[in-house]
Design a protein around this ligand. Structure first.
Ligand code: NAP
Length: 377
């Protein structure tokens, strides 16, 4: 005779238990989840009429089963792929990155010079004003988001001895050779080092990071689990659709001076003109207004860092100046040619006085008048 099993309010025969499942249903200490509705009673009347017992059916299942090995394994994989990341420098960019990292399910803690605990709490980030307390939480990854110009002083007073020896040290500074050399000099030799630069910010990346470049250079990464951890960290950006660009720090700085530093310099120069929107904006002018908005939203410390801590920036600043001078010469040179032709033609016809005064005006105009013309409203 088949044994009868009674679980919660549902009772059925053990022969039926096996009929609908590949594995036998075994009652555990906690019993079966209530959400599993086993339909057997309803079928009893029908069984009397039928020669075969109707199969056991699960008609609702909304909780993981104790015997559901697949879900257990996927939970383990999910847990393993998550990192404990400690952000140092929880300012504009640190907070911007933290939002996405938290959304992806990683544990984020932060330390900064100023108290950002309120904003951190809202974002689901644990904030530590004390750097010893922060380090003793033993984040697997330290993500340095301090200003370029404060990085050296921050690092030189950081209690690295409180971190685990296998910590991965990463940064997001907008210059790369400077932090690379500093890390190799200052960090404990057991640490892994990854230099990165997300080539976007809170303004340009506000609608998402898809297609935006993430430059990285694996300076010193161990093997096995250490290498995997580095990949998991980089995967935060890859998952958002970033264009992953592996490049040496030196090459990054050459390109960044030619692109990012020029963009920031032009943006800040235009900002000095107090450009305003008009009823007849062209597309080109709209782009200029956007450059001002994109670059002047960043701190001046950041811009100064791009100049001071990238050896290629001085050359780019000089090239900009030379380009402006060359352009002015080209314009004024053409004007001189026209005036000279008129002058000599005029001499021939006896009409010199008016052209002479125009030439004198041109000679007397100071360079600053020409560089930043006054706005006429
Ligand atoms: P930032 O002005 O370059 O840096 C602000 C951060 O530096 C804040 O966390 C601030 O701490 C900290 N800081 C400044 N002076 C300090 C000092 N003397 N001691 C200790 N900490 C100091 O602005 P940011 O935009 O947030 O940039 C942070 C980093 O991300 C920079 O290295 C930048 O190059 C890089 N980055 C920025 C962008 C961007 O679009 N903004 C994009 C890519 C990379 P407190 O807030 O606690 O005062």
């Amino acid at each position: 005779m088949a044994a009868s099993v009674k679980i919660s309010t549902v009772s059925f025969h053990s022969s039926q238990l096996c009929s609908g499942f590949r594995q036998p249903l075994m009652p555990t200490k906690i019993g079966y989840p209530k959400s599993v509705v086993l339909v057997s009673q309803k079928k009893k009347q029908n069984e009397k009429q039928s020669r075969f017992p109707s199969p056991l059916k699960v008609i609702a299942l909304d909780a993981a089963q104790p015997f559901d090995y697949e879900s257990k394994i996927s939970n383990e994989i999910e847990k393993y792929s998550k990192l404990k990341i400690g952000i140092v420098g929880f300012g504009n960019f640190g907070q911007f990155l933290a939002k996405t990292i938290v959304r992806q399910g990683h544990t984020v803690l932060a330390h900064s010079r100023s108290d950002h605990s309120k904003v951190a709490r809202k974002m689901g980030v644990s904030f530590y004003l004390d750097q010893d307390d922060f380090c003793e939480e033993h984040p697997e990854v330290i993500l340095l988001c301090t200003s370029i110009i404060s990085t050296e002083s921050v690092l030189r007073s950081f209690p690295f001895q409180r971190l685990k020896r296998n910590t991965l040290f990463a940064d997001v500074l907008s210059v790369k050779e400077f932090p690379r050399n500093l890390f190799l000099q200052v960090l404990p030799s057991e640490f892994d080092i990854l230099c990165t630069h997300p080539m976007f910010g809170p303004e340009s990346g506000k609608a998402g990071w898809s297609g935006l470049p993430l430059v990285y250079d694996k300076i010193k990464i161990g093997e096995g689990l250490r290498a995997e951890r580095c990949e998991r960290f980089l995967n935060i950006f890859a998952k958002e659709g970033c264009r992953m660009v592996e490049m040496s720090c030196a090459e990054h700085d050459r390109h960044a001076a030619e692109t990012q530093f020029i963009t920031h310099t032009v943006g800040r120069m235009l900002a000095k003109l107090n450009l305003e929107s008009t009823p007849i904006n062209t597309k080109g002018y709209e782009s200029l207004l956007r450059i001002v908005e994109n670059t002047c939203g960043d701190s001046f410390d950041l811009y100064y860092g791009l100049f001071m801590y990238n050896v290629n920036s001085t050359e780019q600043l000089e090239r900009l100046e030379m380009a402006f001078d060359a352009l002015k010469k080209q314009l004024v040179g053409r004007l001189h040619k026209i005036l000279r032709t008129q002058l000599f033609d005029g001499v021939a016809r006896g009409e010199v006085s008016e052209q002479n005064s125009t030439l004198a005006d041109l000679k007397n105009s100071s360079p600053s008048d020409t560089a930043i013309p006054l706005r006429t409203k």
